[in-house]
Design a protein around this ligand. Structure first.
Ligand code: FAD
Length: 532
């Protein structure tokens, strides 16, 4: 949503009250955003339990997160140091094709030449075996572990694409997307972000109560009338936001809203996580989240300023919790020896409706898919934007509620398709887990799309048709990177003049080489930041 769009969404002068149950990432992102959107015209209360902790993971984002911080009028220097944040240029997938292979899903649009996507041209005339290196500048920056900002702090966004693409010709669209795509996202420590947003919210009037909600009371129409806390009496509001995580205390437990499981198509339902202190001044701070394929799932690695966040996401049908923890510890090495493991059962899927009566579930209470593309916080951000956009006026809000619920459903179903593509599209098929990824049920619509993509690379006409945060280029990255599905170039390209496409490939390579030389490593960048 355009960040200016929220300003006039309430009747002037009419105060509304919102009770947010839960103070994890979802609760505090929502509270901060509502204050930024509505100021004093909305009373916001956050009640969070001291006994029930936040989930403690969720530290990689994707590039739309920039709009969240912009909406809060925050500069990177305001929040990044407080959250031990680093930059992320994309996701690095290791061993999804075969051992030793890697490819990126970077935050960078794909160019086109003469009306054909550069990926189509690449299939016709591959420059190397690396689709990502040939078609994106960012892949080289990830390989070279560069920062997306120059040492003086100038962001890459202001210059990265200007000489890439055919600036003299209307045939390339690369110059057009300059500014449209923000080239990076962030990694941050989840609990530090919640702490930072707690201060941001309470400084702006959010009432913060530390207590357990022990009961949710409904009126005769099934709307929540109030919630009872253990020590602070009752809390009531016009709108209740359920941010209680997988418990979904209001949406599921009190209102009984059914849950649509994605388990049949995405079987990974467990994770074990470690927060491993590291001397990151000696170890490279990779500017990407890494997803390394394993025997029964994959391991994430998120580099932060003084530690890494890591975890094994797996299907318990194929691997026990003990084996997963052992594998993860071996993967990390001796640094993990004394670190306590956090075992998590994941509820994969979505609430049938996320907004029911006067309750809106946001975050894990609404839905979740495994974190392969860091979409959890994106779901939260999207939901908050939508709840501001469709902010309720009264009980007869069916139209707004339905529109909101459709939007949440589309985002989650679209991401589900995209994640399924990772598994069915991965070349790896060396054990039962990976063999099963080739025969497991996938959404029917995705199966039809894959048949199309075998003959025509994904474009806006063939990917999931509703907004879900992932443009066609993302599908190209997975399809051509993971390598398990053969894709043919358009026959028309055998008849077309390839000169302009070759110019495009050459320019991308030259630009990448230049930037690798010019940009500091993340370690150098953050060391310079600390020194200033
Ligand atoms: P929680 O963090 O579980 O917070 C729940 C809150 O509710 C807590 O404050 C708790 O105290 C409160 N609460 C519960 N019951 C009560 C009660 N009765 N009374 C009062 N308060 C109560 N997302 C990403 O974007 N990127 C990632 O890299 C990523 N990795 C992930 C890895 C794993 C293994 C998992 C499971 C998730 C990951 N996610 C990721 C998702 C991300 O962690 C969540 O979307 C995010 O943390 C939001 O969680 P939450 O606030 O909804 O729930």
């Amino acid at each position: 949503m355009n960040s200016g769009a929220a300003a006039n969404l309430t009747d002037p002068g009419k105060t509304k009250s919102v009770v947010i149950v839960g103070g994890g990432t979802a609760g505090w992102m929502t509270a901060a955003y509502l204050k930024a959107a509505f100021g004093d015209r909305v009373d916001v209360t956050v009640v969070e339990s001291a006994q029930i902790g936040a989930i403690g993971v969720g530290e990689a984002t994707f590039s739309d997160i920039r709009h969240f911080f912009e909406f809060l009028r925050l500069e990177e220097s305001d929040w990044m140091p407080a959250c031990n944040a680093t930059y992320k240029l994309g996701v690095r997938f290791e061993d999804w094709r075969e051992p030793g292979h890697h490819f990126y899903h970077p935050f960078e649009q794909l160019g086109s030449v003469d009306g054909f996507s550069l990926s189509d041209w690449w299939l016709r005339m591959p420059q190397s075996s690396r689709f990502d290196r040939d078609c994106f500048v960012m892949a080289a920056l990830c390989d070279a572990e560069r920062s997306p900002r120059y040492a003086d702090g100038t962001p890459l966004a202001q210059g990265v694409f200007e000489n890439v693409g055919d600036g003299q010709s209307a045939r390339s669209n690369i110059a057009e997307y300059q500014g449209a795509q923000f080239p990076y996202a962030y990694h941050f420590e989840a609990h530090l972000l919640a702490k930072f947003l707690t201060k941001y919210g309470t400084d702006r009037g959010v009432k913060h109560i530390t207590d357990n909600v022990v009961d949710v009371a409904l009126d005769h129409q099934g709307f929540v009338s109030h919630v009872n806390t253990a020590e602070n009496g009752t809390l009531s509001g016009d709108l209740y936001i359920d941010c209680t995580g997988f418990r979904a205390l209001l949406l599921k437990q009190a209102l009984g809203e059914p849950f649509v499981s994605f388990q049949d198509t995405l079987p990974n339902n467990s994770a074990v996580a470690l927060q491993v202190p590291m001397d990151m001044e000696r170890k490279a701070i990779r500017p990407c989240t890494t997803a390394t394929a394993q025997d029964a799932g994959w391991i994430w690695t998120i580099p932060l300023i003084s530690r890494i966040g890591t975890g094994y996401v797996y299907a318990d049908e194929y691997l026990s919790a003990e084996e997963a923890e052992k594998t993860l510890r071996e993967f990390v090495g001796p640094e993990a020896a004394d670190v306590q493991a956090n075992h998590i059962k994941m509820r994969i899927g979505r609430s049938e409706r996320s907004w029911v009566n006067n309750v809106v579930g946001i975050g894990l209470a609404s839905g979740f898919v495994e974190p392969l593309e860091s979409t959890g916080i994106f779901f939260i951000h999207h939901a908050i934007e939508q709840i501001v956009r469709y902010f309720p006026g009264g009980r007869d809000d069916d139209v707004r509620r339905d529109a909101y619920n459709r939007s949440i459903e589309h985002v989650m179903e679209g991401v589900r398709e995209f994640l399924c593509l990772h598994y069915v599209g991965a070349k790896r098929a060396d054990n039962r887990y990976w063999k099963d990824t080739k025969t497991r049920k996938i959404p029917d619509a995705l199966a039809e799309r894959i048949e199309i993509w075998k003959h025509k690379v994904p474009d806006s006409e063939s990917v999931y048709p509703y907004y879900h945060g992932l443009p066609p280029y993302s599908y190209n990255c997975i399809l051509l990177g993971a390598g398990g599905i053969e894709v043919k170039h358009s026959p028309a390209l055998d008849l077309a003049d390839p000169t302009a496409a070759q110019v495009e490939f050459d320019r991308i390579r030259q630009k990448a080489d230049k930037l690798v030389q010019e940009l500091p490593s993340q370690n150098e960048f953050f060391a310079a930041m600390r020194a200033n």
